[in-house]
Design a binder for this molecule. Structure first.
Ligand SMILES: Cc1cc2nc3c(=O)[nH]c(=O)nc-3n(C[C@H](O)[C@H](O)[C@H](O)COP(=O)(O)OP(=O)(O)OC[C@H]3O[C@@H](n4cnc5c(N)ncnc54)[C@H](O)[C@@H]3O)c2cc1C
Length: 302
């Protein structure tokens, strides 16, 4: 790994670190080290990295703000590429915006609302990056990324870059084409917003934020909803009805406020969370015959 680290450093592509603890980059505050951790400083840098990794057949994973990740205690093999500063540019052209994949979604929605642009109110409390939100088709309050995205600039595994349309993103509930079919990194997104009344947009955002504070454990490290809703059922309601709220394994606890949130109640390991996920799955299957599927992505060494 030493040789590889030096070679990547010599590519001169932003910050490169060894054995960076991913607990520092996830909202659950859990996760072992990435063999190599890169924060590219520009679009050119990230393309250079991808071409190099492809040539060497080195496994990679892009991350944003780590708000939908459960990373193994044993860390991640290969290279983790974090999109952040350097890939967080923003251009506003009338009601069309182009924004870098590393931009924070929360600060984008705040900024945009103050300009009287509507469409991103739903995102006011989603603590991810723009890239992670496009990859996940993040959403809330009856809306999601698919409703506003016109096109996305993607860096594919072979090093090619392409703007792909909303249709080509194949968005469905918390899913996009990038998840399995066409792995790639969201470099930029173009959103079509609409002009609206600044005061009512800002007030809607505040209402959304207040609702979250009332219903979600915002003061504990967590990764948002653990399970996808097995529609027409809601994961949180099933977990609550099964009497599981407050159940704890090690440092991982099912939130008392919201059944679909597992919080890090203190020094939780990924294993604690995985054991709790398994316990919930088994209980819901036995009680209701429903198979639960995780929304949070479980990654890293098994
Ligand atoms: C308190 C809380 C509340 C939440 N509420 C909601 C909610 O209401 N609705 C909702 O949808 N989600 C919610 N989430 C989950 C999470 O914020 C979203 O899924 C978010 O979109 C993830 O973005 P991220 O940058 O943190 O991605 P990460 O967690 O870093 O990564 C998640 C996945 O996206 C991929 N990814 C990240 N960046 C890129 C990129 N640039 N290109 C390609 N792939 C990338 C990663 O490889 C990984 O597979 C919540 C999370 C928390 C902690």
């Amino acid at each position: 790994m030493d040789g590889l680290f030096t070679e990547i450093q010599e590519l001169n592509i932003g910050k490169v670190k060894r054995n960076e603890l991913l607990s520092q980059h996830t909202t659950m505050k859990i996760g072992g080290p990435a063999d190599i951790f890169i924060e590219p400083a520009s679009l050119g840098d990230i393309q250079k990295v991808m071409t190099f990794l492809k040539e060497r057949q080195i496994p990679w994973r892009a991350i944003g703000r780590g708000s939908n990740l459960l990373v193994s205690d044993k860390g991640i093999e290969g290279v983790v590429i974090k999109l952040g500063p350097g890939l967080d540019h923003l251009t506003i052209n009338d009601s069309t915006i182009t924004v870098g994949g590393g931009h924070s979604l929360v600060s984008l929605s705040t900024l945009i609302s103050k300009k009287g642009l509507s469409g991103l109110e739903f995102a006011s409390g989603i603590p991810g990056s723009v890239g992670g939100a496009v990859y996940m088709n993040a959403g809330a309050h009856g809306s999601d990324i698919s409703k506003i995205l016109t096109k996305a600039h993607i860096l594919f595994e072979d090093g090619s870059m392409e703007w792909i349309s909303n249709d080509e993103m194949e968005f469905t509930y918390r899913t996009s084409v990038l998840q399995k079919k066409r792995p790639g990194i969201v470099l930029e997104a173009e959103f079509q917003l609409t002009k609206g009344d600044r005061t009512s947009i800002v007030s809607q955002m505040q209402k959304n934020k207040d609702y979250r504070k009332e219903t979600q454990p915002w003061n504990f490290p967590c990764a948002g909803s653990i399970f996808r809703n097995p529609l027409p059922n809601y994961a949180g309601k099933l977990i609550e009805d099964a009497g599981l709220k407050g159940y704890q394994i090690g440092g991982a606890k099912i939130s008392e406020m919201h059944g679909n949130f597992i919080v890090n109640a203190g020094n939780a390991t990924a294993k604690d969370v995985l054991d709790l996920i398994q316990y919930i799955k088994e209980t819901i299957l036995t009680s209701y015959g429903i198979k639960m599927e995780t929304e949070v992505e479980i990654i890293g060494r098994g």
